[in-house]
Design a protein around this ligand. Structure first.
Ligand code: DAH
Length: 343
């Protein structure tokens, strides 16, 4: 009788002392203590020989033993499994070639924009940025287009409901005002970026497109400077030496003009792009209205300047001979991947 308790006690000590070091040893441990023919089973079988008044004690001792063995087994089992996974991770072959990541390419609009920026940089223009969410003052009023001016109708846009007076800029021209407010001439900048119009009212088919703005203010800047600058641009950009300036109107320039480049009508694409005229309009320009200079804090008696603004999409179509403007917005990878990643 006494022996049985002692044997149980020894088993407890043995379980505590026995700590298998790997999964195989753990399996031996399980069979030894918890198996159907294991020590605990056989100790349990001894219950019949325990006197009634001590059966309770013996039962409790058995429970404690079983719990100790099971919890040790469970803990070690999890630990070994985790170790195993760790080994798997380490088993990755670091010398194997990597999975290829497909290289993207620049969007034709970005490539075209970069090219324009590059050409003007060569003439000493530096790039500035302006906010796409603009205030009414910079987008319209400072550009000589006060409230109720009919020219606002041509550039209806999206207004920010929670912030009265804030809107999505309709052109990059407000950057002119922002630059002139903050520094004095000589100013020679270009401002590329995204602009927005409400397409249901404006005649443009897209409510978001891209422009590049240019501004040059200094003493004695003349229309001849404007013309020569744009001529150089057209030559570098399109390889054409035939341009024309047509009189036009913009509220912020006086006089104003639109510039066309000659493409001819030889190819069907050029015929379509120029609507049969051979001339493709690519930008608006003019001498900065003295009122605009004054509104932005520049002395119009001392300084004069020219400005220009151009859409990018149409130039991208021309540059890459893309037949349909929608291709620029559909983001079809089969189309986009034709453009070089490097530019
Ligand atoms: N902001 C005009 C537009 O979006 C384009 C423009 C015309 C910009 C003449 C100029 C300019 O700077 O001088 O239609």
């Amino acid at each position: 009788m006494h022996d049985i308790f002692e044997k149980a006690q020894q088993t407890q000590t043995a379980i505590d002392a026995d700590t298998p070091v790997n999964a195989e040893a753990l399996e031996v441990f399980r069979i030894q203590y918890l198996g159907t023919k294991g020590i605990l089973k056989s100790l349990m079988g001894e219950m019949a020989n325990v006197p009634n008044e001590r059966k309770r004690d013996y039962g409790q001792l058995m429970n404690a033993l079983k719990q100790a063995a099971e919890s040790k087994y469970q803990t070690l089992k999890e630990a070994f499994e985790e170790q195993e996974q760790g080994h798997d991770r380490q088993a990755i072959d670091l010398t194997a070639p990597g999975e290829p990541v497909p290289l993207g390419s620049r969007h034709p609009i970005a490539v075209t924009m970069n090219r324009i920026v590059e050409i003007f940089s060569r003439m000493g223009f530096s790039v500035v940025d302006g906010p796409e969410i603009e205030d009414d003052w910079h987008n319209f009023t400072a550009m000589n287009t006060p409230e109720d001016h009919p020219a606002r109708d041509m550039q209806d846009t999206f207004y920010v409901v929670d912030a009265p007076g804030m809107l999505l800029r309709t052109h990059t021209s407000p950057v002119q005002a922002r630059v002139m407010e903050n520094r004095q001439p000589p100013i020679r900048i270009i401002a590329p970026g995204r602009v927005y119009r409400n397409e249901t009212i404006s005649t443009r088919s897209h409510c978001q497109f891209h422009q590049v703005e240019g501004l040059y203010v200094d003493e004695g800047v003349s229309f001849a400077d404007l013309k020569q600058t744009l001529y150089y641009f057209a030559k570098e950009m399109f390889g054409t030496t035939k341009i024309r300036l047509r009189p036009s109107f913009f509220p912020f320039t006086e006089p104003s003009a639109e510039m066309d480049i000659w493409l001819g009508t030889d190819s069907e694409k050029n015929y379509r792009l120029t609507k049969g005229t051979g001339w493709l309009e690519i930008l608006g320009c003019g001498m900065v209205d003295p009122d605009v200079l004054e509104m932005c804090g520049i002395d119009a008696k001392k300084y004069s300047g020219f400005a220009f603004g151009m859409g990018i999409e149409r130039q991208a179509l021309r540059l890459y001979e893309i037949g349909d403007i929608r291709l620029l917005f559909e983001n079809d990878v089969r189309f986009l991947k034709q453009f070089t990643p490097a530019m």
